[in-house]
Design a protein around this ligand. Structure first.
Ligand code: SF4
Length: 327
């Protein structure tokens, strides 16, 4: 009997290796890649890896943010990373795919004690229990240190051909990958923005100041430019031409306030709060290259131009004046 396994594939070193090991054991591999709005995921293809030809890609949407990132049952790591809840969500999704393909087991590249927030023994067990996948998750890299799956118990998978890797070192995984003839080493982390300290600060501020509903465009805006919260109001300014253009595009879609400098070299400003405040112009002046006290801007709400205004400011504000408002 050939077992069919859904591989939770991140594009990284461990999940790639887990797939190769299981393929060698004769398991038919169905890679499954879930991209979250916070993923800076590595490329999910590789010429030498045949099982990636039938990869299933899915995107986690707004429900992931509302239910997992903003209300985690098991709390956060050092940033806004709800790793245990995130893994439970991922396992549940993969389990659905497993049912679709009428498969037998889930395979992951998890390594015991590699990640502090989700890969200690008790955390792995919580994830299995909550996702209702107990006994069907094979972690080939650490399997010998974990309870056997039902497939090992039945003798359908030879436990002796699995590994007992533990901890953060990657030397053994790299050595094994090279045994499979792969010398281009995939990245070792999934590149999740939720573990980034600065991004987490922004996301927390966004969550704490939510007044109504939000969508994925609001999350995209969090990834762009410099962010400030001034007297409760949120201002975003671009750091370069590309970001300025992107802010205009997203602000137009969301019907947010946009201030677009005309005759001076300054960033575009976006504000979801929609009220025009003097501090906005001071901020633009502080971050402008030519430090004008008198300048022209177009003020838009979404696509609609509200007015074109000549702004006169009393002093020349400095970037440092806004340091305390930065998020
Ligand atoms: S690092 Fe990010 S993607 Fe990975 S488990 Fe944690 S929250 Fe999920």
């Amino acid at each position: 009997m050939k077992l069919k396994g859904v591989l939770l594939y991140s594009g990284g070193l461990d999940s790639t290796l887990a797939g190769l090991i299981c393929e060698k054991l004769g398991i038919e591999i169905y890679p499954y890649h879930l991209k979250t709005p916070f993923c800076k995921c590595p490329k999910t293809s590789g010429n030498k890896i045949t099982f990636l030809k039938n990869i299933k890609l899915e995107v986690a949407g707004i429900d992931y943010i509302k239910e997992v990132v903003f209300s985690p049952k098991y709390g956060y790591g050092r940033g806004m990373n709800p790793c245990i809840d995130c893994r439970i969500y991922l396992f549940k999704k993969a389990k659905k795919y497993l049912a679709e393909i009428k498969g037998d087991l889930l395979i992951t590249g998890e390594v015991l004690s590699q990640r502090p927030k989700s890969q200690h023994f008790h955390q792995l067990m919580i994830i299995e229990k909550e996702a209702e996948v107990k006994g069907i998750v094979l972690r080939p890299l650490s399997a010998k240190l974990l309870p056997p799956t039902i497939f090992e118990e039945k003798g359908l998978i030879d436990r002796e051909k699995l590994y007992a890797i533990k901890g953060r070192e990657r030397k053994e995984q790299i050595r094994l990958l090279q045994e499979f003839g792969i010398f281009e080493i995939p990245p070792t982390s999934c590149g999740c923005l939720l573990v980034d300290e600065n991004f987490s600060k922004r996301l927390k501020d966004f969550k704490d100041n939510l007044k109504g509903d939000f969508d994925l465009i609001d999350i995209e805006i969090l990834k762009i430019g410099r962010h400030f919260r001034v007297d409760g109001k949120k201002y975003v300014i671009g750091r370069n031409k590309e970001e300025n253009e992107r802010l205009i595009k997203l602000g137009e879609i969301k019907n947010y306030l946009l201030i677009i400098p005309q005759n001076f070299n300054a960033p575009v400003l976006l504000s979801p709060d929609k009220e025009i405040e003097e501090k906005m112009f001071n901020l633009l002046s502080a971050y402008s290259k030519d430090k004008k006290k008198n300048f022209l801007v177009i003020i838009k709400k979404g696509k609609e131009i509200i007015k074109e205004e000549n702004i006169i400011i009393a002093s020349t504000p400095q970037k440092e004046d806004f340091q305390v408002y930065k998020i």
